[in-house]
Design a protein around this ligand. Structure first.
Ligand SMILES: O=C(O)C(=O)C[C@]1(C(=O)O)C=C[C@@H](O)C=C1
Length: 288
């Protein structure tokens, strides 16, 4: 018997999500799964204890599928933490090839977006695949000297590939933020000493000033927002729902007041999690 925490991630061994799992839940057993939906299902069905899923990248932006799943599983799944990973991409090929022989690069669409300029400058055609490490696996299986994968140095080791070029991300501070999800929220019996962060989602009525009044709840109560993301409501008409990250624990008095106000201004509000803010992000100036 092992009491290592089983942490689901999307992709194959060597994926960035696996690295983020190992760093954010030390000593865990990462469990690879094909899709983000499989990852949410496995936590909800108790096949795994936790999961680590990407939410946004500093260059390519938000991972909308994760946002949609966070809402779909709200009440069953809670955000319990976050982790920022500096993502350094490499171009990986089989052992007996050279950079100038490569004409196609397979990878996750997010990774291709993060290295788009570099690939264009090297005349390499991007081809979307389900995962960076899955692309590395494909290249190692096909043994074709003209194709490569955009993936991590770890993926090269796992799948026996050669690093043809390193640090090919267009933005040299390229970072991806992951959230750690589980079946229960972080519970605070007393005011925690760690800095907190809260993620919530709300829907506004379709009337003039609705979003202005909703966001005013945070401003009036001195709660700092660090991110806002809108997604289609998926109902009739052009209506939207809004995801907000803000500083503070959901148990803080200022945030409680902001939430009371938001409940009055919105059709509905759901708190997706209140969790310790990542240390790295505490050093970034992300106020909006
Ligand atoms: O494909 C991977 O390796 C992943 O872990 C997914 C993912 C993402 O979805 O953003 C994670 C980090 C990088 O931004 C690129 C890809």
């Amino acid at each position: 018997m092992t009491d290592r925490q089983r942490v689901a991630f999307q992709g194959e061994p060597g994926a960035y999500s696996e690295e983020a799992s190992l760093l954010s839940v030390p000593g865990c057993e990462p469990v690879p799964l094909p899709s983000l939906r499989d990852v949410f299902e496995s936590v909800a069905n108790k096949h795994t204890d936790l999961a680590v899923v990407p939410v946004e990248n500093s260059q390519a932006g938000s991972i909308h599928e994760t946002y949609d799943l966070l809402l779909e599983y709200a009440g069953k799944i809670f955000i319990r933490g976050e982790h920022e990973l500096r993502v350094r991409h490499c171009l990986l090929g089989i052992q007996d090839t050279e950079l100038d022989r490569i004409n196609k690069a397979y990878s996750h669409p997010q990774a291709l977006a993060q290295a788009a300029n570099w690939l264009r400058a090297h005349n390499i055609q991007p081809v979307a695949y389900y995962d960076t490490a899955g692309a590395a696996k494909l290249v190692s299986e096909l043994q074709d000297p003209t194709i490569a994968a955009v993936a991590s140095r770890r993926a090269a080791e796992v799948w026996g590939l050669r690093v043809l070029a390193a640090d090919i991300e267009d933005n040299k501070t390229n970072r991806t933020r992951f959230v750690i999800i589980g079946r229960s929220p972080v519970v605070h019996t007393e005011q925690p000493s760690e800095e907190g962060k809260t993620t919530l989602v709300f829907s506004t009525p379709n009337k003039p000033g609705a979003l202005y009044h909703a966001l005013g709840c945070f401003a009036k109560n001195n709660v700092n927002l660090t991110k806002i993301e809108s997604r289609p409501s998926r109902g009739e008409g052009w209506e939207y729902i809004f995801y907000v990250d803000c500083q503070g624990w959901v148990t803080d008095q200022d945030l409680r007041r902001a939430l009371d106000c938001l409940n009055e201004q919105s059709r509905w509000v759901k708190v997706l999690g209140s969790y310790p803010k990542s240390v790295d992000e505490a050093n970034m100036n992300s106020g909006i």
